[in-house]
Every structure is written in C-alpha cells, then in structure tokens.
Design a protein around this ligand. Sequence first.
Ligand code: HEM
Length: 345
Amino acid sequence: MKPSPAPAAPEPTDPPATTTAEADDAATTGADRSASPSPSPSSPSSRVTLRSDLRASIPDGLIALAVTAAVFALLYARIKAKTSSTVTVMPFMADAGGFWMYFLSQAFGWAALLWAWTTVVLGLLLSGPRPARLPLSAQRLERLHRTTSLNTIALIIGHALFFAAELVRHDTSGWFSRLWTAFVESFVPGGYDSGTGQIAIPVGQAALYLAIPLGLLFYVRHRIGPKTWRVLHRFVIVVYVLSVWHTLLYGTNVWYDGWFRTSVWLLQLPIAALLLARLLRPARRSERLSGPGAGTGSRAVWGLRLGGRLVVAGVVVALLAVIVSGRDGGRTVPPADTTSTHNHN
Ligand code: HEM
C-alpha cells in the first residue's frame, strides 16, 4: 500500500462504552474506551497504583511460587532418575544436588512462560472480542491481567537470578570477580559467549528489559498520556515472542524432538488465533479496518493495519504447518549410550 502524502488524521475518539463491563474496563485500565482522556481523581482508575496492584498480586504470586516448586520437584526427580534431557545435553549436571540452583532457575523459567502466556491471553480478551459466556467481569479480567503481568516480571527475574547464583557458586575466583562475571553473563547482552547462548541469552534479556517498561508504564500513564501508553503497550507481544524464541532455542528440556517441545509450539496457536481475532475485531471501534480513508486515519495507517492482520494470519498458518509436519527445530535425540559429552550449543 502506497503511503498517502496527506498528514495522518488524528484518530477519532471512540464513542462511549456501551456496557457496564466496558465502562468498568475503561475506567480501571486506562484502556480509555470512553471519551475522557484523563479520569477524574475520584474515578476507579485513579485508585489503581503500583502499590495497590503489588498487594493484589500476592495471591496470584503465591500460586506462581507453588507452580515453580512443583516444576522444580519434577525436574529434580527427572535428573535423579536420569530421564532428564538436561543431563543428556550436559552430562556433568547428573549430580542433582550440585546444580539445584540451575534446576530452580529452569523451574522459574517455566512458571514465567506460563504466566506470560496467561497474561497475554487475558490482555487479548480485553482488547479483542470477548466470549459472551466468560465467567469474569471485564474489571476482574483486567485486574488479573495486571497482577499476572507483575508476577511474570518477578518470575523472569527469579529465573535469571538463580541462573546467576549457580554461576557464582561454581566459580572459584575471588568474590568480586565471581559476582561481576555472573552479573555480566546473566544480565549484560553479549556477556555470555558460549554456543547458542550467544543468541538465546540476549533474546531472553531483551524480553526482560522490554517487559519492565512496557508493563510498568501503565502506572505513569497519566503523565505520558493514555494514548502513548496504549500504543507502547501493544509492543508487549514482542516480549512474549522473544520469551518463546528464547525457550525453544535454549531450554534443555525442549532441546530434542518430542511431545513436550511440540506442546510448547501447540500452546502458541491460541495466542496467535486470539491476536488475529483481536486485530480483526478490536474492542476499540477506532482500530477497526473499515477501508482506506474511511475515517480511521491515513492510508499508511490503514496499510499498516492490513499488513499486521496478514502477517498474523500467516503466523497462524506457519504454526499449523510446524505442528502438523513436526519440523519444529528440535534436535535429534542421541543414542542411548551418552558417554560422549554434548555441548550446550
Ligand atoms: C536475563 C534474562 C534471561 C536469562 C539470563 C535466561 C537464562 C536461561 C538459561 C541459561 C536457560 C537454559 C536452561 C536450560 O539448560 O534448560 C534458559 C532456559 C529457559 N528460559 Fe530463560 N533466561 C532469561 C529470560 C527468560 C525469559 C524472559 C523467559 C520467559 C518468560 C525465560 C524462560 C525460560 C524457559 C522456559 C527456559 C527452558 C528451561 C528448561 O528447558 O527447563 N527466560 N534461560
């Protein structure tokens, strides 16, 4: 689509929300479906602060910790039983007790991915078509979206911190040097220079470093403007894509072909389908694709929106092709005799 030389027309303000749920949603989220850009000091929106959301995140956070503990127990038992592919990839980890922090880091990683999946689904249900029979009100859904987002960030930090802690534990140099090396390898892009990790670790770091501002800017949306917040928050889907990419590239429990790796791919199908539905039937009327120049912005904006929808439709088709063909980038499982050393690269 050729961009129009005419300056982009400002997006028309959406008509006021029509249902109570939508009104609640607009009031609490900054989803700003109503005409008023800045809510009055007494509106529910002004009562939502980072502090109140952190408090509200506790129950959800406790569930996340319980899930992490359960995954850790499972991973640990598999290492001890010698059925874990982590040990096939890195035979020196067969001593489970010697690397428990690494396995705990893996467990935090899985919980982070599960919470990221959940929060993206909730976000797409808020900004796209919502099933009529959903048992949660928009307000409740939206609060859950915010608390699961905060917990996702906390779980990613836990994942990276335990990875760093294991590096510290196995380093025999002086304290300052160990802490510095572990910090650089875990948190500084380019600091980890071994094998696939050279790409996979910066991809994970990018997800973490983007998740923090794109998630937390909500709490300063009145300062930056609700529209700026909304536009920036859309890019949070990039965080999710980076997280999945990082996992499939570097997770040793999904290193080889098999049902578990296929399941991780399969779980991306509902996200892609919901994203497509959200783009085709956005909750905000001003985002609908009604035709070039039909009052929804310039031709360039219209072209971008159409392009976005086509790309996501292509992703759905590609995911189906990967799942059906089984060609999902998994390595071939090595023969049972693993006396040779496999590198994590
Ligand atoms: C500073 C950022 C990050 C660092 C340093 C990091 C580090 C690592 C490392 C070293 C592994 C390999 C573990 C193995 O042997 O399996 C790994 C795997 C993994 N990471 Fe990350 N990661 C980061 C960000 C993320 C993010 C943002 C997510 C998801 C939200 C994530 C989820 C996972 C998962 C699910 C695995 C697979 C673990 C397994 O196979 O058991 N990581 N990460």
